[in-house]
Write a protein that binds this ligand. Sequence first.
Ligand code: FAD
Length: 446
Amino acid sequence: MTTTQSPLTGTVHRPGDPGYPAAVTGYNLAVVHAPALVVEARSADDVAAAVRYAAAHDLRVTVQNTGHGARRAAGPDTLLLRTGGLDDVTVDPDARTATLGAGATAGQVTAVAAAHGLALVAGAAPTVGVVGATTGGGIGPLVRSLGWAADRVRSFEVVTADGEQRHVDADSEPDLFFALRGGGGGVAVVTSMTTGLVELAGFWGGPVFFPGAAAPAVLHAWREWAPTLPTEVTTSIALLRLPDLPQVPAPLRGQFVVHLRVASTGSAEDGAALLAPMLTAAPPMINMVGPMPYSQIGAVHMDPADPAPALDAGCLLRDFPAEAADALLAVAGPDVQTPLLVAEVRQLGGASAAPPAVPDAVGGRDAGWSVFALGMLVPPVAEQVPAAVRGVVDAVSPWRSGLQHNFAGGQDLTDAWPADVLARLQQVTRDRDPEGLFRPAQPLPR
Ligand SMILES: Cc1cc2nc3c(=O)[nH]c(=O)nc-3n(C[C@H](O)[C@H](O)[C@H](O)COP(=O)(O)OP(=O)(O)OC[C@H]3O[C@@H](n4cnc5c(N)ncnc54)[C@H](O)[C@@H]3O)c2cc1C
């Protein structure tokens, strides 16, 4: 079979077509899709045509942009709708908004906005899709100053399960506007989104690395230090077991390190003074903190850009007391053998706790901390990774307050939202997709 050029402006691939293997592959190589066909959309009309085709042919629709959030493989009863071709980005500097296609990544939008001294609120990694991260909430390296990505959305253009194209904002389609800001993307396919930008040309911060052997001292110092910070400072910490691969910078390659992240919208002088006590917790190996243009926001977390087979899970915590730090060290600290690549804690609060102007479905506003663990499903450790990832979430469960959609890693989403928000999301899904056409990476609990 050859690749079929359909009346669509995009491309269709079926099993056996030369373009099919690449089209079913995304960032997470552990999730291998095997759909009946793939539609690489180039326009909102393509998306509408694909949705109608799927409905008429008894197929379900799975949407994928980058595949960073892929959690379960789409099977032969599925049409895989790839949105990477919808990557137009325009910035209105007067309105301080960006209108971006469903395929745009955070790095693309950040670069366009930076030319106007404006900043996109998104996640930590420039390669992640903006729409995917935003529909799931969106916690970035400045979340305590700038809040959730979802809170800034002004409108969406979508295709609903009936194949119709609709404009969604607070006044038109308020149920979809609520659900698409924090409830995941399962109620419609977003073709583009307009979101508010922040006047922010730069920030102060970056990464600091400590030797892994100092993890107990650094983690306990961080746990006591972070709550003393003003909300203009956002910080997180990760225990990293970095692979011996050329993509990893030489001093860190193959090392177990503690990665302290700090980012502030305040002055460099204030930031340096606030950071100083943390630098005495142990001698840092590398300190890359300083004033940075916002276009370098990805340097704070330094997430890997290359696709890899990964499994992850996370949860939200009310508190992160000494006992929780010890529990984390017992499963990911220097005294244990573990296949984990990352065990991370982010401090939340400040703007992440503030309600948005128009209520949305973002859960976890009451959480103080976010925990996340990830391992690579590669030999010889692949079989140990699921238990290790689960072990981190279990270890901190006494302090658990819920789950964040973007860090759920395919766990049941029952505690990802307050009960009334979950009930409203379930109702919107029943109303808008009564036949269950859409098959999101992470479904709502029934
Ligand atoms: C390295 C890495 C770093 C990350 N860092 C952060 C972070 O700092 N903060 C944070 O909040 N999250 C973070 N995430 C999680 C990430 O935001 C989610 O996995 C998000 O869903 C990825 O979106 P995507 O479009 O890139 O991925 P995809 O896998 O392409 O999409 C994920 C899901 O989003 C939905 N979706 C995507 N596009 C659409 C659309 N157009 N219409 C409707 N639904 C859609 C679909 O359900 C889809 O299955 C990170 C993930 C990785 C792998």
